[in-house]
Design a protein around this ligand. Structure first.
Ligand SMILES: *[C@@H]1O[C@H](CO)[C@@H](O)[C@H](O)[C@H]1NC(C)=O
Ligand SMILES: *[C@@H]1O[C@H](CO)[C@@H](O)[C@H](O)[C@H]1NC(C)=O
Ligand SMILES: *[C@@H]1O[C@H](CO)[C@@H](O)[C@H](O)[C@H]1NC(C)=O
Ligand SMILES: *[C@@H]1O[C@H](CO)[C@@H](O)[C@H](O)[C@H]1NC(C)=O
Ligand SMILES: *[C@@H]1O[C@H](CO)[C@@H](O)[C@H](O)[C@H]1NC(C)=O
Length: 637
């Protein structure tokens, strides 16, 4: 690898620095506009070629106009354009209506070129994996302790190991060698260069969700002096992301997933039948434990059903249930769908209404839980995108001597000690990185504790199944006075999963007037979890305290919010739960004190203190403050 020259700014075409974007309006929309923006694939070596970023914005109507807010929906690999077209209006309202909401498809993703490509078709992808766990899922009863299940799993280690190596090579070839250029550090430079072209202002505003918080953490620490009003929401731990072996992120991701599941069983029991379709599985006084036991039994039954040739297995139930933990607005249909699956597993008959389709293809922007699928010809259907893997692995540290067996050991460990219910999902993209081969030419590895030009807002849900609150706390603690944290008293993934008027008020105040709460605060939610007898998260707390009847609420609002969330979820589903992209097919009652769990999660979060884990190398250039994307990065490793 070569070292950088330092005269990057000079080498850069001035056109790239200041070019205005040529915006075009989107047909049938008053507010949406698209444009493209050309950036060098390698910010340090323009001879490598260019990427053309697809950009979209939702124009504000409020006066005076305050500029742009960049947003990213997560993934990685999800489309910013989908987010702006689906949620631009809501995000505009939440942020006070005076900003344009702007996003782009990151390198390797969506309508941006070049794309990450790994297979010619869906059929080619299927044939490649031939029913191994990365595609078929991992069949496991109970909490994945049966020796037969473990043996069957480990028996695949060698085959999966060579497939992963082969996958890395294929993707590199079919993607035309762009894998070293799709990392997050480059994406952050792209965003800054976009902001320069659109706003020409010093300070950049940003709201990132899920993996979008990684873009956020990289941005504020790479460009600490360009931080305007920034929110990171549904936080991924950047230390796990950038400083630890990537296959270890899985356990961190799902630390709170069992808590979310406990919320589901409690809400369902409180709502009762028929508000919740599983509200009577234990008879007249069905308890949360009854519902949890019923679902665990369903997993075991589906396991047997699949072994006898059925088309639903334990892995499908686990993956599907985890995906619906992201979005409590779908809990009524989750309950119904689980009941339908039970019928199928018991009788072999598929339900007469179309079964929900759990396969998430990146370009799907329809609601996966309601769209019936005619199952078109897989040889002409496009293969799923592997941008998720490409971006995750581009950012990952080198995997030293990790093997696929180490990855499998970690999945077993996570299933034992973190989440017996969801641990066996073979999901996380980090599982691919030790054999991926390519790494980004520029990787940012911290430090994560810069003093920022403006304090940022960090938002975490109390029981987020895939980005636990402990992560929000880590990021905010590292930033010290440069961050304020809002804990949303909420289930689901990111603050948008359940409506909180309190959080929305904080967000509006921040973007409109630059004001943040003086200290870290808690925000309640207004979301109804089960409609007929409106159960909210608050109701659960008061029911636990006093066994009182649920408060009443407005079902109309629920429907509106569902519509919104539906759009969101189609585009914000991926982090860690790669099952949703890759595992085709459909896709306990451990109610302990949540406080106790969160505390344990935090102290067990790192084997050693974060600072000690970082190698000295990681601080190369740590005093370096980038101010433009055109600055040279620290020497490459
Ligand atoms: C990249 O784009 C810039 C600006 O449009 C152009 O000047 C340059 O020639 C392009 N580079 C390559 C390698 O195509
Ligand atoms: C897993 O199941 C075994 C056998 O049923 C049980 O002994 C063990 O306590 C369970 N572990 C967890 C973490 O639930
Ligand atoms: C790599 O090998 C060393 C020495 O055998 C061992 O201590 C370390 O745990 C290994 N690392 C991984 C990720 O397996
Ligand atoms: C939350 O805000 C919405 C929109 O302003 C409003 O319609 C709704 O009544 C509010 N809910 C509560 C519980 O205040
Ligand atoms: C930031 O973190 C690094 C590594 O942990 C540490 O060496 C440094 O002192 C910290 N800086 C501040 C300002 O806390």
């Amino acid at each position: 690898m070569k070292l950088l020259g330092l005269s990057l700014a000079a080498a850069l075409s001035p056109a790239l620095v200041s070019a205005d974007l040529a915006w075009k309006s989107v047909p049938d929309s008053k507010q949406l506009e698209t444009a493209t923006h050309v950036v060098p694939l390698d910010w340090a070596d323009h001879s490598v070629g260019n990427a053309t970023l697809a950009v979209m914005r939702y124009r504000s109507t409020g006066k005076p106009h305050l500029g742009s807010i960049f947003v990213n929906p997560g993934g990685p690999g999800e489309s910013g354009l989908d987010m702006v077209s689906g949620l631009g209006q809501s995000l505009s309202e939440y942020t006070g209506g005076q900003y344009d909401i702007v996003s782009w498809d990151p390198r390797g993703v969506g309508a941006t070129t070049p794309l990450v490509t790994c297979f010619e078709s869906l059929a080619a992808e299927k044939a490649f994996w031939k029913g191994t766990v990365p595609d078929a899922g991992l069949e496991a009863k109970g909490n994945f302790t049966s020796q037969d299940d473990l043996d069957a799993f480990y028996a695949q280690a060698d085959e999966v190991d060579s497939l992963l190596t082969e996958l890395g090579k294929r993707c590199n070839q079919l993607s035309g060698g762009i894998l070293p250029y799709v990392g997050t550090a480059a994406a952050v430079r792209d965003m800054v260069s976009l902001a320069d072209a659109i706003e020409g202002k010093e300070l950049i505003n940003y709201w990132g969700f899920s993996y979008g918080t990684i873009i956020g953490s990289y941005f504020v620490n790479m460009f600490p002096n360009r931080v305007g009003r920034v929110i990171i929401d549904g936080v991924v731990d950047p230390i796990y992301w950038a400083n630890l072996p990537s296959y270890k992120t899985w356990g961190d991701c799902i630390t709170s997933a069992e808590d979310t599941f406990a919320g589901f069983t409690q809400a369902c029991a409180l709502a009762g039948y028929p508000s919740c379709a599983l509200g009577n599985v234990g008879g007249a006084h069905t308890s949360p434990a009854d519902i949890s036991n019923w679902i665990h039994q369903l997993i075991d039954d589906a396991y047997d059903y699949k072994k006898q040739g059925g088309d639903i297995g334990s892995s499908d139930i686990r993956s599907y249930t985890l995906s619906e933990m992201y979005r409590p607005t779908e809990w009524p249909s989750l309950a119904q769908n689980l009941l339908d699956m039970y019928t199928q597993v018991k009788t072999g008959n598929a339900p007469s209404t179309p079964r929900p389709r759990f396969k998430f293809h990146r370009r799907d922007s329809t609601d996966p839980s309601t769209t019936p699928t005619p199952d078109p010809d897989p040889t002409t259907q496009p293969a799923p995108s592997y941008a998720f893997q490409a971006i995750t692995c581009a950012d990952a540290i080198d995997s030293e001597n990790a093997t696929t067996k180490d990855v499998f050991d970690e999945i077993v460990r996570v299933s034992r000690v973190i989440s017996p219910l969801f641990g066996p999902s073979f999901g996380d993209a980090g599982f691919y990185c030790h054999r991926w081969g390519a790494r980004a030419v520029e990787r940012f590895t911290g430090p994560w504790n810069h003093t920022l030009s403006n304090p940022i807002l960090v938002i975490g849900n109390e029981a987020d199944p895939i980005t636990p609150f402990a992560n929000a706390k880590v990021v905010a603690d590292l930033l010290g006075d440069s961050a304020v944290i809002i804990q949303q008293d909420d289930f689901g993934h990111s603050s948008l999963a359940e409506r909180s008027n309190c959080t929305i008020a904080v967000v509006t105040e921040y973007f409109s007037h630059g004001k943040l709460p003086v200290e870290n605060s808690m925000c309640g939610t207004n979301q109804i979890l089960f409609p007929a007898i409106p159960v909210t998260k608050n109701t659960l707390a008061s029911a636990a305290a006093s066994a009182s009847t649920p408060i009443s609420s407005d079902a109309d609002e629920l429907n509106k919010l569902r519509q919104k969330n539906r759009i969101l979820v189609a585009i914000d589903i991926a982090l860690c739960a790669l099952v949703l992209v890759l595992l085709a097919a459909l896709v306990f009652n451990f109610i302990r004190s949540r406080k106790a769990r969160a505390g344990a999660a935090r102290s067990a979060k790192y084997d050693t203190a974060p600072a000690a884990m970082l190698k000295k190398d990681d601080f190369e250039g740590s005093s370096y403050g980038y101010t433009t994307p055109y600055d040279a990065p620290p020497a490459r490793r």
